[in-house]
Write a protein that binds this ligand. Sequence first.
Ligand SMILES: [Fe+2]
Length: 391
Amino acid sequence: MAVVAVDANLGFSRPDEVIDDVDDRGLKRAITRPIDEPFSRQFEYRRCQVRDWSAPGQPPLNFRTMGFESISLARSDSLQNLLAQIRQAGEITVPQARQLRRLLNGRVFPLSRGRCLKMLHVAPEGLIMRKGGPNGLKVDPDTEMGEMNGHDVALAIHGDQDVRGTPLKQMMRGFAPWMFRHQTPDGSNRISPLVLVNLWIPLQQVTRPLTLMDRRTLNAREHQLRYALPTDTFLDRSEDMRENDIWSFLHDEAQQWYFHSHMAHDQAYIFDTLGEPHGSFILPGEDVAERYYLQLQMLRKQLKSGGDIERPLAETVNLPADTTEPLRQAIESMARLIATVPVDKVGKPVVDVWLARATEAMDAVVRKSLEMRVVALLLPNFWPFNRSAGN
Ligand SMILES: [Fe+2]
């Protein structure tokens, strides 16, 4: 039976890390601790119900009210080919990033309730690819974080940008709150059709999916906190722009969270960069996926080195009842490979086939995603507003 919701840990700011903000905006702030402090110093995991919005009976998503929505990317073959290449390579190159921007700039995507989103400009900064292994496993521990690649999956729930904060304040000389539609604890702009959105493309997310909050269930005055994010490790910026002003959140029972259990890159999220709460989480069953991933990794090493193979004891795959179907299938194919590792003397072709399959099965449980910032217009979905540039 399809899983409708899962219980999972989401990372929130710890209440004892909250202080009154020094600016006279009357807001609260979460303290920024040095980057090498343990996660648990600043954040706490809270058990939340996360609903699969693709399950029957769930309400349709709505960017304007909920803060996020999905769009279809399926209509562009060149875009789909490019995304498939990036997914397979596990990283994005500069020419690919350029091509991606070119394919998106000027495009129009239908939204719910008779609206559409016209992408005016994909920002050059902030296009990043994230990768993370099952259950928090680091899949390439030696890769360095660069501007676009080498980013791990986001652990804590956050909102990406304060409309009155760095770097938007400097880039737009303080005009951002007037120009962009936004909802911020100390003010909102619900009139402007101009939006700053994140375009979030799941290259694969059988594990560690993105979750987003229905923003109508957020008590922003109480639970939305200013937070200064140091950017030195991946961006080269001037002194006054070293820290991004983003948002952090406190947990509350009333908040409602959504994810999608089998989203691929024919679909993407758009969500409000200026405060929509989001983050990744670990699905029930990912600990089993991690164990099988590590076993396959070990077997692969032993086969490649030509040494003796220690076949792990055969075990039945025991998964929690709310394991999503794609994760269950991915774990079962890893288990099958472990059970059929060529232990006896067999020819090289047999070993090579097994190795290729093992690599593929391990890669399937690695979360890969692309995200970028887009300046866009929210328009009525009829001609001439919904005309793509160049069409
Ligand atoms: Fe984010």
